[in-house]
Design a protein around this ligand. Structure first.
Ligand SMILES: [Cu+2]
Length: 340
């Protein structure tokens, strides 16, 4: 992909990219708090960038709507999570917070929630659990692909700028939650038909959206375009070191590539890296893979003439993930890096 094409896209989307802030905002507390949140398990249809309507399910903030991924939660060690989950669908679901490490048991779970019923988690977070977590529905192996997932960030107690106690520091943080979608699976669930045994992803999303390049319906609209969504776009000035909490809800593994700066690679699947390497491409594993990295917002070292501003891409180097509908290039999981 040519850098030039991304620069054009950036020009088209910058007006909306600066609307408000979708970054996780966080002020540490000396006292623990109770974090209360209610999710509704809902379903509905979204139109994909190739015009195809696809069925989804979500942990939504309200009935009658889809929210994919579910709204993020940020809290700190010592806090108590009080999560209520209302199942508005006809099948049994649940809400599970995956463990920090792949070998860890779930942090917490509602247990099964029958159709029409309400599940509850009340969980006090022990010290040592700081990190990034995917919450999802694991009643089936595929419910999370339908959209039933989201991100939970646990800060070290009393810290505003560290991933884990003593980690390299940052000033801002956001989630990149990836998913991939096989519409045949979603359709089978919607029709209550036999679940297909094969999975062929045709849509690839970051925080629930694809890129919508210039000329596409929705280009530059932060509610539709991953290149323009302030919850996804990496935007900052020199020194605005940003923690990226990458979670992979999907079946495809990814090669996450940032232009302009290498990332400081802090964790793989929840485990601290013994030394912090600087990498421009990070391997994000499939099936609950996760990575925490810091994008340092340093002056891009390779630019000539030297610059401290500009637009750069974050894209995935597995090419299928940059397409939709089996071929529409630039309608995939990518976003923009903006030095302002
Ligand atoms: Cu690249």
């Amino acid at each position: 992909m040519e850098r030039r094409s991304f620069i054009k896209m950036g020009g088209a989307s910058i007006a909306s990219a600066v609307l408000g802030s979708g970054l996780l905002s966080w002020v540490p507390r000396s006292e623990a708090a109770t974090i209360s949140k209610t999710y509704y398990i809902t379903d509905g249809t979204l139109t994909m960038p190739d015009g195809v309507a696809v069925y989804f399910q979500s942990f939504s903030d309200a009935t009658g709507t889809l929210t994919i991924p579910g709204s993020s939660i940020i809290c700190q060690e010592g806090d108590t999570l009080s999560i209520t989950v209302v199942n508005k669908l006809t099948k049994t679901h649940n809400f599970v917070i995956a463990g920090l490490l792949p070998t860890d048991p779930p942090l917490a779970s509602t247990g099964n929630i029958a159709s029409g019923a309400t599940g509850k988690i009340t969980y006090t977070i022990p010290t040592g659990k700081a990190g990034s977590y995917l919450f999802y529905d694991n009643v089936t192996s595929y419910n999370r692909f339908l959209g039933l997932h989201g991100g939970l960030a646990i800060m070290p107690s009393g810290k505003s700028n560290q991933l884990y106690s003593g980690s390299p520091t940052f000033v801002k943080q956001l989630f990149w939650i990836f998913n991939d979608i096989d519409p045949n699976l979603n359709s089978a669930v919607q029709r209550n038909a036999t679940i297909p045994t094969s999975f062929t992803p045709r849509y690839f999303t970051i925080n629930g959206q694809t890129s919508l390049p210039p000329g596409a319906v929705g280009n530059g609209d932060p509610t539709k375009d991953a290149m323009a969504n302030p919850k996804t776009v990496l935007q900052g000035s020199i020194g605005n070191r940003t923690l990226i909490r990458m979670l992979n809800a999907g079946m495809a593994s990814h090669a996450v590539h940032t232009h302009a700066n290498h990332m400081e690679w802090l964790t793989d699947r929840g485990a601290k890296r013994p030394t912090v390497w600087k990498k421009d491409i990070l391997y994000l594993r499939n099936n609950l893979g996760k990575i925490d990295s810091i994008f340092p917002f340093e002056a891009p070292p390779d630019s000539y003439p030297p610059t401290t501003t500009g637009h750069f891409p974050m894209h995935l180097h597995d090419e299928m993930s940059q397409t939709a509908g089996g071929g529409l290039y630039l309608f995939g999981a990518m976003t923009e890096i903006i030095f302002v």
